[in-house]
Design a binder for this molecule. Sequence first.
Ligand code: HEC
Length: 450
Amino acid sequence: MAPAVRGIFLEFPLRKCIHFLLALMTAVIGYVSTGGSMAQEQTNERASFRVCQDPNNLPFSNTGGEGYENKIAELFAKELGLKLEYYSFPQRMAFIRNTLRYKLPGENYRCDIVLGVPAGFDQVSATKPYYRSTYALVFPRKGPLADVRSGDQFAALPPAVLRKLRIGLFDRSPASEWLARRGLVEQGVPYRILNANPDQYPGEIIEKDLAEGKIDVAVVWGPIAGFFARRVKTPELVVVPLKSEPGVKFDFEMAMGVRYGEKPWKDEIEKLLIKKQSEIRAILASYNVPMIDENGRLIGSADQAELFARPTEAVPYRVVDGKADNSTFLGWRIFHSSCAGCHGTDATGTGVAPDLTKRVKDMPRSSFIATILQRYNVVIREGDAASESASREAFIEQILQGKAGRIAMPVWEGDPNVAPNVNDIYAYLRARADGALGTGRPGLLESGFR
Ligand code: HEC
């Protein structure tokens, strides 16, 4: 089996990480104890900065020096006053063995450093990590996902919307598990990592299939997501970084790798990583690599903010001097009659239901609608079947007095008042959430309200 594995390192995160890390622990211990035999006599005089690279693997590296690892290599070589040299070899299964660790008897090694390996990668002596990125969703700014700004919001889209999506992902990536947990396996369009065609590259999923509408959204490793999403001009694409959750690891730290037993060289590189930290950051940012901190928060430049920004959603209300448009006013009225009993007259919450001015602020309309119409079920204490016939007021009264069972959000799908006007309610709540409307009954902006 000699499949052309493109980007073995960057795709490391696609692999079964737990197993890998376990294997890694033992492997590292093994290496340490046999370290002496692996170590090579250190050449004190280093004539050049010799990088092991993939000849064609943007945004990481290529023979034209266009990748961000090339830029970092230039930075380091210059700092060390060394000539920069590359030894290129396609990143197949045995990349490290064929580059960093390749040496014929009586010959010297071909190159001395790999600039992008996952932190702790056991085939090399990995430096301290120098950036952390994460998998991301990439999709057109305008379209069915326009409101989505996070993985949670994506998952909270109405089932009818989700069911229609074609979600491109690499096989064995953490995205598979993430989709499986949300019942979206059917929507997945798998792409193979082990691809025999050397002209193919991981960015194609974005540059070709997403851009051409063959898929609606792609889940890819951050550096690929940011770089290729920015290269596509039509349709305009957005990158939404994903957060790891228990059982699904999306974020990974990246480091550099040298041979075991070459500690002075590794120390030198680690010093450079610290000294040149801000320049490295700037290089990564210029390639639109989504960089995150240990809490999963995005860090980066203003230029990136645009690519990673929330898609602009039209403000759903119009308010001038405390007066609202008809829809927003109608929303207030319905809120007042159907929702205020639990959520409070000003939507700021009661003992039984949450403050909606806080919740709705970050809730895209589609999630709001799904929540209101379908998500919740009322669970009434046993023997208290009166709710069906009881008027809503009486029911809410019951709840407020603690007579009902576990309180949950009622389902409003069949409600003749709520369902058709759910957008109006949303407009009102967004106006409240954004602070455009204060408490109480809003004035009317337009005449002719029925
Ligand atoms: C019977 C009491 C009750 C009524 C009436 C009610 N809600 Fe709720 N609502 C709740 C409770 C309790 C929660 C929080 C628990 C939950 O999420 O199930 C909630 C949650 C919500 C949430 C979700 C917040 C989140 O972060 O997920 C929204 C939005 C909401 N309500 C809107 C409304 C609207 C709009 C109406 C009127 C059409 C309404 N509610 C009427 C009890 C109620």
